[in-house]
Design a protein around this ligand. Structure first.
Ligand SMILES: NC(=O)c1ccc[n+]([C@@H]2O[C@H](COP(=O)([O-])OP(=O)(O)OC[C@H]3O[C@@H](n4cnc5c(N)ncnc54)[C@H](OP(=O)(O)O)[C@@H]3O)[C@@H](O)[C@H]2O)c1
Length: 247
């Protein structure tokens, strides 16, 4: 009898079109995962993955600010791949602005994109994982969740909310075989941080004990570790990747 062939694992990565999400998609495809991702717009990277991985890559245009949009996306993933083994809550939005003058629509958008939509996505994916009796959820938080900074209050509230969700879910879903963790990065280069001035970059670097800025690859490594069997007894924890700036 031929040995049983291991079923490919399926990862859902929100916001996989660029920045950290893109690096996560590339790494997971290289490691043999089936990868489902969404963003509002496709780009050259997405089109290339669709061509080169027609059976193992799924992208769907989804605006997570639309009510129910992430649930619809998860239904598509379940229909196409049959199971979800890993969720990486990566998509996020940051507009900087002082809380006292920020328009309420903007506060609402930050809380929806960084908290409500990922909560709904997590619920839909966790229901799917419960059917399989195993799974891992890794949420990309931010050091704004654990330290105070001016101009990011609503974003920080949402990220702290996701860290709280993860700890409680670790307790609730552990008995169902599902681990739930967060990674908490400091500054790294991406479209989200393209507007940060050279002077501010230097300031962050100066305040970082390891004396430099982080890279997306370093965050990817932490996510891949938490998703792997090497982290099989780790749940409810947050791994800070910030060169020591928050210590
Ligand atoms: N960059 C940093 O220094 C830093 C530090 C700490 C934590 N983080 C966190 O790391 C994660 C990744 O950040 P990044 O810097 O890689 O961000 P990014 O380059 O701005 O990419 C964000 C991704 O999310 C998608 N997205 C944004 N709004 C969306 C919406 N309404 N519906 C669906 N998809 C949407 C974007 O695609 P579309 O625009 O096409 O929709 C894109 O794929 C985020 O959770 C962020 O908060 C970043």
């Amino acid at each position: 009898m031929s040995p049983a062939v291991a079923q490919p694992r399926t990862a859902v990565v929100s916001g996989g079109s660029r920045g950290l999400g893109r690096k996560l998609v590339e790494r997971l495809l290289t490691d043999g995962w089936r990868v489902a991702t969404f963003s509002r717009d496709a780009n050259e990277f997405i089109e290339k993955q669709r061509e080169s991985h027609p059976d193992t890559f799924l992208w769907q245009s989804t605006d997570m600010l639309e009510p129910g949009a992430t649930r619809t996306f998860v239904e598509t993933v379940d229909a196409q791949f049959g199971r979800i083994d890993l969720l990486i809550n990566n998509a996020g939005v940051l507009h900087q602005g002082l809380f006292l003058t920020m328009a309420s629509a903007e506060v609402r958008e930050l809380l929806t994109a960084n908290l409500l939509a990922p909560v709904e996505l997590t619920q839909a994916c966790a229901r799917s994982m419960t059917r399989a009796g195993e799974g891992v959820v890794v949420t990309v938080s931010s050091i704004n969740a654990i330290r105070g900074y001016r101009g990011v209050a609503a974003y920080a509230a949402a990220k702290a909310g996701m860290e709280g969700l993860s700890r409680s879910l670790a307790r609730e879903l552990g008995p169902a075989g599902i681990r739930v963790c967060t990674v908490t990065p400091g500054f790294f280069d991406s479209e989200m941080t393209a507007g940060v001035t050279g002077q501010n970059r230097q300031r962050i670097q100066r305040r970082t004990p390891l004396g430099r800025l982080g890279t997306t690859e370093e965050v990817v490594e932490a996510v891949v570790f938490l998703a792997s069997p090497a982290a099989a007894f780790i749940t409810g924890q947050s791994l800070v990747i910030d060169g020591g700036i928050s210590c």
